[in-house]
Design a protein around this ligand. Structure first.
Ligand SMILES: Cc1cc2nc3c(=O)[nH]c(=O)nc-3n(C[C@H](O)[C@H](O)[C@H](O)COP(=O)(O)OP(=O)(O)OC[C@H]3O[C@@H](n4cnc5c(N)ncnc54)[C@H](O)[C@@H]3O)c2cc1C
Length: 410
């Protein structure tokens, strides 16, 4: 059996190792356009902020591919997949044949589509090469504008403050992490950003990037204001990497649609990770999770099923956490109830920086946000959500201010 996997990151590696555990003989080819050994993308901002050394971000050692009996093709961009002849075409002319193919090609940063994005001094932050470019190009102590107050933009802001840069954060919505946090939790986060020295502007969009002598020197905003900056990082989200699937019907803008078995609409082709659209744990609707643990979980299922296991993926509970200046915020599940039978419970203690927000749907806990000291209790709320138990059946009222996780399933 010839297994071919496009992508050597969270999803691709999880799949490859699962296949090898189940099939000792099959050939497994791992393809990546990146030349490096596999590394941790979540550690990139820590590398940028000089909190970790470069060698610490690598997940595997030099003998990894040999030990697992994998055939790597690193620094080898895939140009085309031809499902009818089961071929993968690489830049440079090589054609790799497969019996089973996994697409684990991840995502790439979305751009703004405004004039000036090709100027020197304009960056994105997705790959190790992006951090290397920022290392080379960022003026020490210079001013950096970050467009997008999502998780990557916020982590980049903290890293740059650590490096001694001045940071301006620009966000089109009215608050940071607008898709994960409600106004109150986002307000707490905004306070932390301000105390870090980040200048934040909400409800604004850049409409043009300004240049001086061929380099970026500022941004023009849709409210006619300008922001001067020596560099800009565009962090407005990602789009699935599926350009090499043109003509197959799999290159959908929202991601490659997959069944609960991680199969695409083409026989013998599976997809997993940030490039895929798999069922959401709570809603069952197709969703792009775009977090590392989901990519690993999907990769494991895809790998097992490529060897014929028939395992089902029911989604994992989406969970995000951000920790800035020692203040931790954890959010997971749904931000708002998804229908008529919904209810939201809020508890805020401003003096202690403590916030607890619980979202209920049809009597079950479906969303949680915890900020401050109570974030340490997140595990128990995620267990309640994962078990999908009606809260009335729990031995204690989780809404009560006196609720303590130790009282549940102690
Ligand atoms: C800065 C940053 C911080 C993050 N922090 C967190 C975090 O704290 N927690 C968390 O859960 N998630 C985090 N994420 C998200 C997480 O990294 C992704 O969800 C995860 O990497 C997805 O894994 P993947 O295997 O699907 O794809 P990717 O990691 O994107 O890997 C896909 C691989 O396929 C390769 N590839 C793509 N197209 C081709 C082609 N045509 N030919 C050859 N190779 C190709 C790519 O170059 C890449 O190496 C972060 C992401 C970033 C960028």
């Amino acid at each position: 059996m010839r297994y071919v996997i496009i992508g050597t990151s969270a999803a691709g590696l999880a799949a490859a190792e699962t296949i090898r555990q189940r099939d000792r003989q099959g050939g497994i080819t791992l393809i990546s356009d990146e030349p490096h050994l596999p590394y941790s993308r979540p550690l990139l901002t820590y590398l940028l902020g000089r909190e970790v050394d470069a060698e610490k971000i690598f997940l595997k050692s030099h003998d990894y591919f040999d030990r697992w009996g994998f055939e790597p093709r690193l620094g080898a961009p895939v140009l085309k997949v031809k499902p009818e002849s089961r071929e993968v075409h690489l830049e440079g002319g090589e054609t790799v044949l497969y019996d089973k193919l996994l697409i684990a090609s991840g995502a790439s940063p979305r751009l703004l589509g405004i004039p000036g994005e090709d100027l020197a001094g304009v960056y994105t932050l997705r790959n190790l090469a992006d951090v290397e470019n920022l290392e080379k190009g960022l003026p020490p102590g210079g001013s950096v504008a970050i467009v997008g107050a999502g998780a990557v933009g916020l982590k980049a802001a903290e890293a740059l403050i650590r490096r001694g840069n001045r940071v301006t954060l620009l966000e089109a919505e009215s608050r940071p992490l607008p898709h994960l946090l409600d106004q109150t939790a986002a307000g707490l986060l905004h306070q932390v950003l301000t105390s870090l020295g980040v200048e934040s502007h909400f409800g604004v969009r850049p409409v043009g990037l300004m240049e001086k002598k061929g380099r970026l020197n500022g941004l023009l905003l849709d409210n006619d204001n300008t922001v001067t900056a020596d560099a800009v990082i565009i962090a407005v989200g990602v789009r699935p990497r599926n350009e090499f699937l043109a003509g197959t019907g799999l290159d959908r803008p929202e991601g490659i649609p997959v069944s609960p078995f991680m199969e695409t609409g083409h026989r013998h082709i599976f997809a997993a990770g940030d490039c895929a659209c798999a069922p959401h744990f709570l809603t069952g609707e197709p969703a792009a999770y775009r977090i590392w643990p989901a990519a690993v979980a999907q990769g494991e299922i895809a790998g097992a099923n490529m060897t014929g296991a028939g395992r089902r993926y029911d989604g994992i509970l989406p969970r995000n956490s951000i920790s800035l200046k020692g203040v931790k915020i954890i959010a997971g599940g749904l931000l708002e109830p998804d229908g008529k039978d919904g209810e939201v419970f809020n508890e805020l203690d401003r003096s202690r920086g403590h916030y607890r927000r619980l979202v209920f749907q049809n009597g079950c806990l479906v969303g949680v946000t915890l900020a401050g000291p109570k974030a340490a209790d997140a595990g128990i709320y995620f267990q309640i959500m994962a078990r999908k138990v009606p809260v009335k059946d729990l031995p204690v009222d989780i809404r009560s201010a006196a609720f303590h996780p130790g009282k549940l399933w102690a």
